[in-house]
Write a protein that binds this ligand. Structure first.
Ligand SMILES: Cc1cc2nc3c(=O)[nH]c(=O)nc-3n(C[C@H](O)[C@H](O)[C@H](O)COP(=O)(O)OP(=O)(O)OC[C@H]3O[C@@H](n4cnc5c(N)ncnc54)[C@H](O)[C@@H]3O)c2cc1C
Length: 470
């Protein structure tokens, strides 16, 4: 019998270091050197004699946000499952982050505040994944890049990938224009990884060579982010981490907010809305929103804190997934990872963690001893599908409730929604359900674990009849 998605998910999300890593190929080429590409390169370094990353952004990327990752200035939270994977592939990375200036967690976990529909909920349940790694996105990415490039057989070149090379059955390499050059160069490869993010053109490149495009699903979320950095100052606020989520409902507008204490003794603060509710780059607008629509700590920081730089905005039109697993024809020698496969509403913080879990899928696939240059990587895409389905279910089941979103509705939506609402409501006050739901929303467990009888019955008992919380 095939293992269930939740069992497969547990294997993918494992913290166990990989063993038995056969070298299967001479050279792998990774297109895109951001979170997904770096993680894939690290995994491939165990299975290829040589790994080459081709990244479009110029060489001074450690300096901060960069054009190829325009979302990099916005608040980025790494979920616990992502932290587990980072530690699995780069042992000691969390300690290294702390040594380099990531803020150590305070002794009192209660300083992490969660506001749901305007009310203070239970703080996030503690997990056994170690202290949360809370940093800006460029800081974390730079750390992962340094650790990846410290591996002997990984090399990075700067240049813009422009196409794939094919023979009748497989991808044989990639073409790119090096930084500062005009003439394309060709790199032969036994395996090419598409890690070029949500705007990857690999579907076009497949189509140009007579291969089908992976079917794309979209959910039009129309999300509007605005973020600003502030100098951290205890006299202004004792905020460490705050998450604010108001769902659309009677008299309520859907809004999201967040405060993280990050490296450099700073706060990064986010306000976000949907559709026509668009925070602007105007500081007065940002401050007014913080004061009027968010808990006091947002207003205090906005009004009395020292802003560093300006307000940066970002609009994301949709959540999207490319279902490579549905293709009836797929060339050998090609895989895709990270946002190139699926990118979600960022308010759930799933993107970077998904990229690390895709790397885990790649490792499981390669450890099974396939011939990636000979056979399409179907077993890899089947595993990735488990991760994408899990993240997609969490984010789209919630987003479909937004007034401006009208589908696509998944099968069994009404029942899922009814139970999801019940579970969510009861988890706000019940520590056991809070912890179980928390393990799913932080991608440590598959959503199907929530339909186990113990959880179902507990939610029903508490939600319908009110009952003992023990
Ligand atoms: C506003 C916002 C907030 C977010 N917040 C969170 C969060 O809190 N937590 C979280 O986990 N995720 C968050 N995400 C999602 C996260 O940013 C992505 O999931 C993550 O960056 C995906 O990594 P990636 O490597 O797949 O793609 P990307 O990070 O998009 O990187 C793609 C890389 O490919 C390169 N590239 C593109 N084209 C080419 C080419 N032709 N040749 C060579 N290189 C190329 C780019 O330069 C870039 O380096 C957020 C996203 C947004 C939009």
């Amino acid at each position: 019998m095939a293992p269930s998605p939740s069992r497969l998910f547990a294997e993918i999300a494992t913290a166990e270091p990989p063993v038995e890593t056969p070298v299967l190929m001479r050279r792998a080429v990774v297109l895109g050197g951001s979170m997904a590409g770096l993680m894939a390169a690290r995994v491939l370094s165990d299975h290829a004699e040589e790994v080459l990353i081709i990244e479009r952004d110029p060489s001074d990327v450690d300096a901060g946000p960069r054009p190829g990752v325009p979302q990099g200035s916005q608040v980025h939270a790494l979920l616990p499952a992502g932290q587990v994977q980072l530690e699995r592939w780069f042992p000691g990375i969390a300690d290294e982050a702390l040594a380099l200036g990531a803020p150590p967690p305070p002794s009192d976990q209660g300083t992490a505040k969660v506001f749901v529909n305007g009310m203070l909920g239970l703080p996030p349940a503690t997990t056994d994944t170690g202290p949360a790694l809370i940093t800006t996105r460029p800081f974390l990415e730079a750390l992962v890049r340094r650790r990846t490039l410290a591996v002997d057989n990984i090399r990075l070149v700067y240049g813009r990938a422009e196409g794939l090379l094919f023979d009748e059955r497989r991808v044989t390499g990639a073409r790119y224009v090096p930084e500062g050059g005009t003439e394309p160069l060709v790199e032969a490869a036994d395996l090419v990884v598409d890690a070029m993010g949500r705007s990857s053109r690999v579907s076009d490149w497949l189509a140009e060579h007579g291969w089908p495009r992976p079917p794309m699903q979209r959910m039009p979320i129309k999300l509007n982010y605005a973020t600003a950095l502030y100098k951290r100052d205890e006299k202004v606020s004792d905020a460490w981490v705050a998450v604010f989520h108001t769902m659309a409902g009677k008299g309520r507008t859907a809004r999201i907010g967040g405060i993280n204490s990050v490296e450099g003794d700073r706060w990064i603060m986010l306000v976000a809305g949907y559709d026509e509710d668009r925070p602007s780059r105007d500081v007065a607008d940002f401050t007014a929103r913080c004061r009027e629509h968010y808990p006091q700590m947002f207003g205090d920081i906005a009004e009395r804190g020292e802003m560093l730089g300006g307000v940066v905005t970002y609009h994301q039109a949709d959540s999207r997934r490319r279902d490579f697993h549905k293709l009836d024809r797929l060339p050998a020698g090609l895989v895709a990872a990270g946002d190139a496969v699926a990118s979600f509403n960022p308010v759930y913080g799933q993107g970077m963690t998904s990229a690390t879990l895709h790397a885990s899928c790649l490792s499981a696939y390669l450890r099974s001893g396939p011939k990636p240059h000979d056979e399409p990587a179907r077993a890899y895409f089947d595993q990735v599908r488990v991760v994408v389905d899990a993240a997609w279910q969490i984010s789209t089941t919630a987003d479909i409730e937004l007034p401006h979103v009208d589908g696509p509705y998944p099968p069994g939506y009404k029942v899922t929604k009814w139970f999801g609402d019940l579970l969510f409501r009861t988890s706000l006050t019940d520590p056991v359900l809070n912890a179980r739901l928390g393990r799913v929303t932080t991608m440590l467990d598959h959503p199907a674990t929530l339909s186990r009888p113990g959880t179902l019955l507990r939610a029903l008992r508490l939600g319908l009849f009110g009952g003992s919380r023990r």
